[in-house]
Design a protein around this ligand. Structure first.
Ligand SMILES: [Zn+2]
Ligand SMILES: [Zn+2]
Length: 302
């Protein structure tokens, strides 16, 4: 499977050269319905999990009702696979040591105090997994079905991004809002953005929407806040963005060529193949410490 993002309507660094050093590489994952195996990169697919390694559980409090026994239970909840990424498919990953596989799981509950699903992150070396766990436990309880991803295969694609406008200096933000600067660029400028030029940058030129690795984080729910490692205080790096949709009405320029026909069909669902909703239409960003993979990751809803 291949997905190809159309080229940006113009080279934004030709209009604003000060953006050039702020370019970041991201890998869009483009999850689409499929039947991944443990040997594939996937969203919501089976993990290459060693048979002799305990399955991760969420230790927060859960209660669920067993319909057959008409009983209430409480206890830890087996976590669910969210993504599995092989470095061969997603070369921007920077695994520690000999690892070549990243696995992310979560608990399908919005736990207090931040009302987000707790995530667990594992790096491993695929060659060391000789005996794969055949039947991993499913969650005992699910608070929201929107946190149970539909199995999807991935079509990783590297793109260039520029920071969200809220991360730019006041001066540069003002320049982005000056339509005459855009007009001077000529071809490629979408005149429908004349009343709000900054939206042209936001929607079409800066942050790629959808599930992705690395790149520039989306903001908007809050102002940008640096994520600092709780162990060493280093500024953490965006590892993974889990999105509620890959595009909406505002950013159709990012729809891959291969999906454009289906994207035009109402309710095709292709913009959200994993059918995940993060806190009702937001993103869950995972960050890691650049100094050590032993330092805990963190996450944030935006
Ligand atoms: Zn939980
Ligand atoms: Zn650290």
């Amino acid at each position: 499977m291949r997905r190809t993002t159309p080229p940006r309507p113009l080279d934004v660094t030709a209009v604003f050269p000060e953006l050039a050093p702020m370019a970041h590489q991201a890998i869009r994952l483009h999850p689409r319905p499929g039947s991944p195996t443990p040997h594939d990169s996937s969203a919501g697919g089976p993990l290459l999990w060693p048979a002799d390694e305990p399955w991760p559980h969420c230790d927060e409090s859960h209660e669920w009702h067993d319909e057959q026994e008409d009983e209430w239970h409480e206890g830890p909840n087996p976590m669910l696979p969210v993504v599995q990424l092989y470095v061969r498919d997603v070369p921007l990953l920077q695994p520690p040591g000999q690892a070549d596989l990243l696995q992310v799981l979560w608990c399908p509950f919005e736990h207090e105090p931040d009302y987000k699903p707790p995530t667990a992150l594992f790096w491993r070396s695929a060659a060391h997994v000789t005996d794969v766990l055949a039947t991993p436990p499913g969650p005992s309880a699910v608070e929201y079905d929107e946190y149970v991803p539909e199995p999807c295969v991935l079509a990783p694609e590297q793109v260039t991004e520029y920071p969200h406008h809220m991360e730019l200096s006041e001066e540069l933000q003002q320049k982005l809002g000056d339509w005459s600067r855009w007009q001077a660029a000529g071809a490629g400028v979408d005149s429908s953005y004349a009343p709000c030029p900054k939206s042209f940058y936001t929607d079409e030129l800066s942050v790629a929407p959808g599930w992705k690795v690395a790149g520039c984080p989306p903001w908007g729910l809050t102002d940008p806040v640096a994520r600092l490692c709780t162990i060493c205080c280093a500024k953490m790096k965006p590892l993974l963005t889990i999105a509620s949709y890959e595009w909406d009405g505002s950013n159709h320029g990012w729809v891959p060529y291969e999906d454009q026909a289906l994207a035009a069909v109402a309710r095709s669902g292709v913009a959200n193949s994993p059918r995940v909703q993060i806190s009702k239409g937001n993103h869950l960003q995972l960050y890691v410490c650049p100094e050590s993979s032993d330092h805990p990751h963190t996450d944030l809803i935006q």
